[in-house]
Design a protein around this ligand. Structure first.
Ligand code: SF4
Length: 446
C-alpha cells in the first residue's frame, strides 16, 4: 500500500454523487417491488434474508450453482448466521459477487476462509473478563459498555462479538439474548455506584433492534444517574437499513425524546454507526442521516479495516468524504480484532499506518478518522502508530495501555500470510512463535 494508487485529487467530486436509482429492481426477486414498499422499514425487516436458499430464490439465474455451493460451504465455517436486509443485498454487484465488498461482509464463501491465527481469541478484547455485572464491560476509567441485546438487523461476518451475537451456527454454540429489563437493574446499580463513570456506550447487538419503549427505558434510567453525561447508541442500522430512520416514526420519536431530554439536562445522546465501504452509501443513507441532523442528533462512524472491503486509499478517502458530506463524523477506523473466522479480512499494522498517512490531509482534521488498534487482552484502543515496538518482518507489535491496565504489556499480530516465507515457517512451530514474541517484548524494553 502507499500513495501510488491515489487517484483522488482535491478537485475530484465523486463523493457528492449519492445513488438514487431503483437498483433493487435488477434483482429478479425484487423487480416488481415499488419504491414505496422498498422504503417501508417493516417490509425490509420482514423480507430479510436469513438462509442461503433464499439467496438462490431471490437471485434466480444470477446465482451460479458453484457460487451457491460455496455459500453453503461458508455456513459450515462462519461463526455468524446470515441476516441481511433486501436494501443492502441489492447493493451487491451480482455481476461479480465474489469480489464485492458488501457480499464479503455479510455472505461469506467457504473458499474465502483462512485458518485462524494461532493467538486468536473468541473474546479478543476481554469484554467478558472486564465485566463486573452481566452485559456490562468496565475498562476505561470514565466509560462503560452496555450490551442490552445480542440481536442485530444484519449479521456481519467480521463481528468482534461473534461469541454471543446472532444465535448458534453450525460452527459455534452461543447464548444470544434479547432485552430483559429485570436483569438491567444490576447494570444501573453498578453504574450508580461508580461516580467516575460519565459515558455509556449502548451497543450489542444493535440499538435498531430495541423497541421505542426499550430505548426510552434505557435512556431515562441512565440519564437520571447524576454523573452520567454522555450516551451513545450504537447501530449499524443506518448503513444497512436506513428505512428504519425514515419510516419508523415511533422509534425515531423515542430516540429524539431521549436526545431532547438529555439536552435539557446539559447531557449528550449521540449515535455511533458503522459504514465500512462507500458502496454502502446511497441517497437513502443521506436522507436518514439528515433526519437525525435536523433534530441536532450527532452521528459518528466507526469502520473496521478489512482487506478487499476498504483497504485501498481510494475507497477509504471516498468513504471519509461521503460521510463528511452527510454530516457523519468519520471517527474511528479499527484494525481488525483477532477473532475467529476473520483471518482473510485482517491487515497488518504497517498497512494500517500507511493508509492513515495517505488519508490524512485529504480533508479537515476533524473529519479525518483516527486509525486504532483495540488491543487483544483488553488494553483498549490505541492509535495505530503508537506501539512501543513493531517488528514488521515477524508481524509482532508490542503495546502499553497505561490508563487502562498500567504495567501490562500487550501484543498484536499481523496476519501470517503477509509475512516472508521463512518467517511463516517459524510461526508454524509453537516454540519458535514464543521465542519471536519474547524477543520483541524484550526489544520493546520490557
Ligand atoms: S451490527 Fe455490530 S454487533 Fe451486529 S453483527 Fe454487525 S458488527 Fe456484530
Amino acid at each position: 500500500m502507499g500513495t501510488d494508487n491515489l487517484k483522488f485529487t482535491l478537485g475530484d467530486l465523486a463523493h457528492r454523487n449519492f445513488r438514487s436509482d431503483e437498483f433493487w429492481r435488477e434483482i429478479p426477486g425484487y423487480k416488481d417491488v415499488s419504491r414505496e414498499e422498498f422504503q417501508d422499514h417493516k417490509w425490509q425487516l420482514k423480507n430479510s434474508i436469513v438462509k442461503v436458499d433464499q439467496v438462490k430464490n431471490i437471485l434466480g439465474h444470477r446465482c451460479t450453482d458453484a457460487f451457491y455451493h460455496d455459500m453453503l460451504e461458508g455456513q459450515k465455517i462462519t461463526p455468524m448466521n446470515i441476516r441481511i436486509t433486501p436494501y443492502i443485498f441489492s447493493l451487491i454487484n451480482w455481476d461479480d459477487p465474489t469480489n464485492d465488498p458488501i457480499r464479503k461482509q455479510f455472505l461469506p464463501l467457504g473458499s474465502q476462509f483462512l485458518p485462524d491465527h494461532p493467538y486468536y481469541q473468541e473474546d479478543s478484547l476481554h469484554e467478558d473478563i472486564d465485566s463486573p455485572v452481566p452485559t456490562l464491560t468496565h475498562r476505561y476509567p470514565d466509560k462503560v459498555l452496555f450490551l442490552p441485546t445480542t440481536i442485530c438487523p444484519v449479521y456481519c461476518s467480521y463481528c468482534t462479538r461473534s461469541r454471543i451475537i446472532g444465535g448458534s451456527t453450525e460452527a459455534v454454540e452461543k447464548e444470544t439474548y434479547g432485552f430483559n429489563p429485570k436483569k438491567m437493574q444490576d447494570v444501573f446499580d453498578y453504574i450508580k455506584s461508580k461516580p467516575a463513570v460519565e459515558d455509556v456506550v449502548i451497543s450489542g447487538g444493535d440499538a435498531f433492534m430495541l423497541t421505542s419503549k426499550q430505548i426510552e427505558f434505557i435512556g431515562d434510567n441512565l440519564l437520571e444517574i447524576p454523573h452520567i453525561r454522555r450516551l451513545r447508541f450504537a447501530t449499524k442500522g443506518i448503513a444497512i437499513y436506513p428505512q428504519k430512520i425514515l419510516t419508523d416514526d415511533e422509534w425515531f420519536n423515542a430516540l429524539n425524546r431521549v436526545h431532547k431530554k438529555a439536552r435539557s439536562m446539559g447531557k449528550q445522546v449521540v449515535i455511533h454507526t458503522h459504514f465500512s465501504s462507500p458502496k454502502e452509501i446511497t441517497e437513502w443513507s443521506r436522507l436518514a442521516v439528515d433526519r437525525l441532523f435536523q433534530e441536532g442528533i450527532v452521528v459518528r462512524n466507526q469502520a473496521v479495516l478489512q482487506e478487499g472491503v476498504n483497504d485501498t486509499v481510494n475507497d477509504m478517502v471516498l468513504l471519509v468524504r461521503q460521510l463528511s458530506l452527510m454530516n457523519v463524523q468519520p471517527y474511528y477506523v479499527y484494525m481488525h480484532d483477532m477473532v475467529p473466522g476473520c483471518e482473510h479480512f485482517r491487515t497488518s499494522i504497517h498497512e494500517g499506518v500507511e493508509l492513515e498517512k495517505a488519508v490524512r490531509g485529504m480533508t479537515a482534521g476533524f473529519n479525518t478518522p483516527t486509525f486504532v488498534c483495540d488491543l487483544p487482552g483488553g488494553g483498549g484502543k490505541r492509535h495505530v502508530a503508537s506501539y512501543e515496538y513493531y517488528d514488521r518482518d515477524h508481524g509482532i507489535s508490542v503495546w502499553r495501555a497505561p490508563n487502562v491496565k498500567p504495567g501490562q504489556v500487550f501484543t498484536y499480530f499481523d496476519p501470517i500470510r503477509k509475512l516472508p516465507k521463512e518467517v511463516q515457517a517459524r510461526w508454524a512451530i509453537e516454540s519458535e512463535r514464543e521465542k519471536m514474541i519474547q524477543e520483541s517484548i524484550k526489544k520493546a524494553g520490557f
